[in-house]
Design a protein around this ligand. Structure first.
Ligand code: SME
Length: 164
């Protein structure tokens, strides 16, 4: 049985080091993409405070993002490349740290409660394969420490899964 270690928000770098250790444990001995995405979504959603959505979108045929495993309210299933925060992360291959989603042109509101968002692209061999998306009901919930922490988890996820 997986046991989550107690986490503290006082020191985000050490929080994310703890999370990376737990993610390594979850990925150990399992390379299935869906299973690992499901467990990482659950880890993020249950470990990070003040987050109302945590999950994955994967790039599918036609360069479209399709909803993957997540925790939170039901979300938009398909997002075109370049659209919204997630589609922008794909088109630019860069993390999108959005302190105010209403100020982001084209933001797609899946959950009306979301106020800030962090989207990290999953890049393997120069190709964007998907994104990790975190939403918060608080403005400016995510900062550079969250970005670095989620980018490190994205790297673990990319190397820990078999990709189609
Ligand atoms: N807000 C995202 C859509 C996905 S949901 O937040 C889960 C966007 O603008 O791409």
């Amino acid at each position: 049985m997986f046991q989550a270690a107690p986490l503290t928000m006082t020191d985000k770098p050490s929080l994310y080091r703890d999370l990376a250790g737990m993610a390594r444990g979850l990925l150990d001995g399992e390379r299935d993409l869906v299973a690992n995405a499901a467990n990482l979504s659950a880890l993020l959603f249950t470990s990070l405070p003040d987050v109302n959505w945590a999950g994955f979108y994967f790039v599918r045929e036609g360069d479209e993002l399709v909803l993957g495993p997540f925790q939170g309210r039901p979300a938009c299933v398909r997002i075109a490349r370049g659209r919204g925060v997630c589609g922008t992360a794909v088109a630019t291959a860069r993390t999108q740290l959005v302190p105010d989603v209403y100020a982001f042109p084209g933001h797609i509101a899946c959950d009306a409660a979301s106020r800030s968002e962090l989207v990290v692209p999953l890049v393997r061999d120069g190709r964007v394969l998907g994104v990790i998306d975190l939403d918060s009901p608080s403005p400016a919930r995510f900062d550079a420490d969250d970005q670095a922490g989620i980018e490190a988890l994205a790297a673990l996820f990319i190397s820990g899964c078999d990709w189609p």
